[in-house]
Design a protein around this ligand. Structure first.
Ligand code: NAD
Length: 328
């Protein structure tokens, strides 16, 4: 490709990705599969890497999610809600581990491996143990206030077991059974179907009328503490135990791993077993356990350097997603 072709291709990819971000994050109605989206994004990342003068802070490669929509009040996130870097192979997982070992001795490293639930991220704020706000991630800095909808999700506690001030983050999702039931009903009513459970969950929670969300049988797993007052915690794993004690529902398969080999075994196991789960997962999230190590590594504008999402390979996912898209 000559320079003009590169400039044109970068421009084209940015426009396409902006368009698909809007369909996915704002309308909850994607036109292409996640794997197709990821391959456009990877092409843009590579073109920007090999042509650094073309990098730009408003490129989709540098930005999280989509703009919050005006129908909801805006919620600024004091601690940004970031995206995650992806690893698509064992080799890329090992590269992630090698980057970490440049700063931290290998014997001091412990990871937490978690299923990557395919839903939408929520921030929940509690004051004196009471739920006061539920918000979407939005563009990472500003989310949408969807508190009345969040309160309809049965597994989100309205009151905690302790009167703490806390901001917790986690994934709201629609179980597979509820998703197929919902689409069957929509089919009967001759309404447009949801492309997948992720979009059904997001579409249900981003409604103005909380009665809609209340009917949708949504679920929630907490996966991190963004902020807590009056508790001393040193590690991600310990913070999850505290969340459990406070009354949150946690995914039962979260595990602590002492080595990257244990992480790889966990990823392989869940790649095999993902179909057995009653909800969709699109990978595994791997997080460095120690908070001081996380702080030392920090984050880019888009994602933390101490975590990575291992995304399951295309084959299984594409055939499945294609089926869903054909049905729509
Ligand atoms: P991501 O989905 O790759 O990873 C970040 C998200 O993972 C978090 O925000 C959180 O919601 C979720 N998550 C689930 N379980 C988690 C756990 N245990 N711990 C931490 N986080 C957990 O990144 P993203 O920025 O949310 O979305 C980008 C992806 O969305 C793309 O790679 C693509 O697959 C999809 N997308 C698709 C389209 C489309 O048109 N099909 C458009 C835009 C984005």
């Amino acid at each position: 490709m000559n320079k003009t072709d590169v400039v044109e291709r970068i421009q084209k990819l940015r426009e396409k990705l902006e368009h698909h971000n809007y369909r996915y994050y704002v309308l909850d109605d994607p036109e292409i599969s996640d794997k197709e989206y990821d391959s456009l994004m990877n092409e843009l990342i590579q073109l920007e890497e090999s042509n650094p003068e073309m990098k730009s802070s408003d490129s989709p490669t540098q930005r999280v999610g989509g703009e919050p929509v005006d129908k909801f009040s805006r919620v600024p996130h004091e601690i940004p809600m970031l995206s995650l870097d992806n690893a698509e192979s064992q080799k890329e997982l090992l590269e992630f581990h090698n980057r970490i070992t440049k700063n931290i001795p290998v014997n001091d490293i412990a990871y937490v491996a978690e299923l990557k639930i395919d839903g939408l991220a929520l921030s929940l704020k509690y004051e004196s143990g009471k739920l006061v706000q539920g918000a979407t991630r939005g563009d990472g800095s500003v989310g949408e206030d969807i508190t009345p909808n969040v309160k309809t999700v049965g597994s989100i506690p309205l009151k905690l077991s302790k009167n703490v001030n806390l901001e917790v983050r986690g994934e709201a999702f629609m179980p597979k059974k509820s998703f197929s039931r919902l689409n069957k009903e929509k089919e009967k009513q001759e309404e447009r179907l949801f492309a997948n459970p992720r979009n059904a969950a997001a579409g249900s929670l981003r409604q103005l009328n909380p009665k809609v969300a209340a009917k949708r049988d949504l679920d929630f797993f907490a996966y991190s503490v963004a902020n807590i007052e009056g508790e001393e915690i040193d590690s991600h794993f310990d913070s999850l135990q505290l969340l459990k004690q406070l009354g949150f529902k946690l995914n039962p398969y979260i595990t602590s791993c002492k080595s990257i080999e244990e992480v790889i075994t966990y990823c392989e196991k869940w790649q095999e077993k993902r179909e057995e789960l009653p909800y969709e997962i699109d990978g595994v999230v791997i997080k460095l356990d120690s908070f001081s190590q996380q702080e030392m590594l920090g984050a880019t504008s888009k994602s933390p350097r101490w975590a990575i999402a291992y995304k399951f390979p295309a084959e299984q996912a594409v055939s499945k997603i294609k089926n869903i898209f054909i049905n729509v």
